[in-house]
Design a binder for this molecule. Structure first.
Ligand code: IPM
Ligand code: MN
Length: 377
């Protein structure tokens, strides 16, 4: 078949709702022309092609993403993997060996947010994935959405976050009682790799400038090395403007005038913080997608947000961030016509304003919002 296989991790918390609309309570299925579903299992049969309908069939695991992909006739076949039931001794985490292999084999995937398992020695699954699969660059675009008003209407920036080291290395210990230490690891190899990715991205996406974000005035060795690597790479790209901005000043400038920035590249923790700040400029974490890039052309798309346990299971979550992440996955696969189609439908639905989720001031459910997107496809 000419279907492209992609891995899907629905994740935890709101993950299953935004990635998977079928749970007993609002079991949802897609009714489409030659759909895989038994129509007799539909409770409400009045929907038209492409609508989510309430279904009695709780075993149907159609995801919102899958549904939209089907309506848009995207040639993707999902391979679903669940995490968080039992520790797999081969990976020593809740991530199974098969789920990691699936991403390695398919090279593309979409993941919902994953809660960090509570208990001793369990590392965040998000981080495990990044580390295990060597997903070295986390690309987080952030642009003002047409028709959705915030204080800023000209945000259009890309945060590129080093994704494997820094304070996220997980090396923390107690030295003596009352004194703990955390190791921030910065390597030349990882810094060059992410800087190279950022400049290449700028060049191939018609961007003018790369800003390296740092605190090298204090973290002289670590951030100093990061900056040195950025400078080295900058020299190979004379057509791209290069600047260095200290992180505290960067935050102030972003809030005052985000249009000052274009592509930003930075170490891991700074990227975590700055990408949330940027999300706030355009309407919040419900809206911002991301894509983790690894060696050998691996791309694992995920939303910038977490699993939002406070609203989990209530059909309230905004699936935009995950859907736009799936769009970036399609762009990675160079399926641009479908990517445009889905992106346009999402943006149109938000701009129209009739069906918006609570985070955007509306009162639509996840399902209603998704149905509206399908109508625009
Ligand atoms: C993100 C998230 C993760 C991070 C968490 C969930 C581990 O906040 O992707 O930004 O800190 O990187
Ligand atoms: Mn974060």
């Amino acid at each position: 078949s000419n279907l492209i296989r992609a891995t899907l991790f629905p994740g935890d918390g709101i993950g299953p709702e935004i990635a998977e609309s079928v749970r007993q309570r609002y079991a949802a299925v897609v009714l489409w022309a030659e759909g895989p579903l038994d129509k007799a299992s539909l409770v409400e049969g009045k929907g038209k092609t492409g609508h989510i309908l309430t279904s009695a069939d709780s075993t149907c695991r159609t995801t919102l993403g899958i549904m939209i992909f089907k309506v848009a006739e995207v040639p993707i076949e999902w391979e679903e993997h669940y995490v968080g039931t039992e520790v797999d001794p081969r990976t020593n985490s809740f991530l199974t060996w098969e789920s990691l292999e699936s991403v390695r084999r398919n090279k593309v995937g979409l993941k919902g947010p994953m809660a960090t398992p509570i208990g001793k020695g369990h590392r965040s699954l998000n981080l495990t994935l990044r580390k295990e699969l060597n997903l070295y660059a986390n690309v987080r675009p952030c642009y003002s959405l047409p028709g959705y008003k915030t204080r800023y209407d000209d945000v259009n920036l890309i945060t590129i976050r080093e994704n494997t080291e820094g304070e996220y290395s997980g090396l923390e210990h107690q030295v003596v009682r009352g004194v703990v230490e955390s190791l921030k690891i910065i390597t030349r190899q990882a810094s060059l790799r992410v800087a190279e990715y950022a400049f290449h991205y700028a060049k191939t996406h018609g961007r003018e400038r790369v800003s390296a974000i740092h605190k090298a005035n204090i973290m002289q060795k670590t951030d100093g090395l990061f900056l040195k690597c950025c400078r080295e790479v900058a020299e190979k790209y004379p057509e791209i403007k290069y600047e260095e901005v200290v992180i505290d000043n960067c935050c102030m400038m972003l809030v005052k005038n985000p249009a000052l920035f274009d592509v930003l590249v930075m170490p891991n923790l700074y990227g975590d913080i700055i990408s949330d700040l940027c999300a706030g400029l355009i309407g919040g974490l419900g809206l911002t997608p991301s894509c983790n890039i690894g060696e050998g052309g691996i791309a694992l798309a995920e939303a910038v947000h977490g699993s939002a346990p406070d609203i989990a299971g209530k059909n309230l979550a905004n699936p935009t961030a995950l859907l736009l992440s799936s769009v970036s996955m399609l762009r990675h696969l160079e399926i641009h016509d479908k990517a445009d189609r889905i992106q346009d439908a999402i943006l149109k639905t938000i701009a129209e304003g009739k069906y918006r989720t609570g985070d955007l001031g509306g009162n639509a459910t996840t399902t209603e919002f998704t149905n509206a997107i399908c109508d625009h496809l």
